[in-house]
Design a protein around this ligand. Structure first.
Ligand SMILES: [Zn+2]
Ligand SMILES: [Zn+2]
Length: 384
């Protein structure tokens, strides 16, 4: 839409401004779908107030439209997501955003698994001490496989990006696994050259192999306990007696009430120490931090950090100790506030890193996904 009218110098006499306001209000009215009030984007209201259309109109002439409001997302214009333009990150168009994200993510995973053999005489990491749980060579093969074009000459999709897109549509559309497999069969017979998975299970295993692996742990619907360790075999909650399973009409399938997704932390931490660069940054809080009593620049400057160090000197003395910040908030994964469904991701942030790294999203680690609909509140302890 034309927005040049926004900066017209003489609003009350400019036909261009009047026409612009008209077009804007028309779009806003369509967007409001029957409601008689819209957000007023004038310089005083700044979209904070919902006002009747005719008042918004007069505000737009008297106060003028807020010049910072250039993407009319509250009035029907599609939001174009812009990433913070960093050295590595560039704004991407909507259409390719998803796929570009995919590639960045693979780069992140790859950056975390590439092993820089230290040049010093005493290597920090030897192959013998290398954790057996990280099969690096097969991971590389898997990564290469995932990055292969969907078919010869295809530049738009890699094998992985296509599968992920397909799985995404399956989730959004609520397809059954059977219908997903049927579509795969159809696609395979229509496009025999395409590198498609054989089945839903096959598609998921590619994702899992790339480190998007998680454990499912059943939970009491009232957040009393997790069905693991001593409770793993129980069929109802020992505290509130609620059943572990949803009642099914024919009794052939048992569906758990609540399933926690747990993303194991150890391999994520091991990955941080696989790169010599990041491993060094992980000691920043101890080795490079400037200590100055008067300033709080990093969690390590805080009283609680110091109190912890005093109480646990054996832990504090090793610069490779790991401190994690924990954050959680509920959100609606389907971006639809009309649905009461929400999930509670628990995100961990390594506070060892310098301030300019520790809040970068590539270091955020998803640790748990607690299903909704309501906040676990203090019961979050059960999950932690
Ligand atoms: Zn206003
Ligand atoms: Zn319970």
């Amino acid at each position: 839409m034309d927005k040049s009218w926004m900066t017209e110098p003489n609003r009350l006499r400019s036909p261009a401004y009047a026409a612009g306001v008209n077009n804007f209000l028309e779009m806003a009215q369509n967007h409001a779908r029957g409601s008689d009030r819209i957000r007023c984007p004038c310089r005083i209201c700044s979209n904070n107030l919902f006002l009747p259309l005719f008042i918004v109109e007069s505000h737009l002439f008297i106060n003028g439209i807020d010049l910072n409001y250039t993407e009319w997302i509250f009035h029907g214009e599609e939001e174009t997501r812009n990433f913070d333009v960093d050295d590595e990150e560039v704004a991407v168009s909507d259409e390719d955003e998803f796929i570009d994200d995919m590639d960045n993510m693979l780069d992140d995973i790859l950056a975390g698994t590439n092993i820089d053999v230290p040049q010093s005489s005493t290597p920090l990491l030897s192959w013998d001490s290398f954790p057996k749980s990280l099969p690096v060579s097969s991971f590389d093969e898997l990564l290469e496989d995932a990055r292969r074009p969907l078919f010869g000459g295809c530049t738009k999709f890699s094998k992985l990006s296509f599968i992920v897109k397909l799985l995404h549509i399956k989730t959004l559309g609520g397809w059954s696994i059977k219908s997903f497999d049927m579509l795969l069969n159809l696609l395979k017979s229509a496009f025999p050259d395409a590198e498609l998975p054989l089945s839903y299970e096959d598609a998921c295993s590619l994702e899992r192999g790339l480190g998007f692996k998680y454990n499912k742990i059943h939970a009491c619907p009232n957040d009393c306990i997790l069905y693991w360790k001593e409770y793993s075999k129980l069929n109802s909650c020992p505290i509130c007696k609620a059943s572990r399973w949803m009642s099914t009409t024919n009794g052939t399938r048992v569906i758990p009430h609540k399933v926690l997704r747990h993303f194991p932390l150890k391999p994520r931490l091991q990955r941080l120490f696989l790169s010599t660069k990041i491993a060094a940054e992980m000691r920043w809080h101890k080795e490079k931090r400037v200590t100055d009593e008067n300033f709080l620049r990093h969690p390590a400057d805080s009283k609680s950090w110091k109190a912890f160090d005093e109480a646990h000197s054996w832990f504090a003395n090793d610069p490779r100790n790991v401190r994690l910040g924990l954050a959680s908030d509920g959100f609606n994964p389907f971006n639809n506030m009309a649905k009461p469904y929400s999930i509670w991701p628990v995100i961990l942030v390594p506070y060892n890193l310098p301030p300019w790294l520790c809040m970068k999203d590539q270091f955020f680690m998803t640790s748990l996904i607690i299903p909704g609909p309501k906040s676990p509140g203090n019961d979050i302890d059960v999950y932690l």
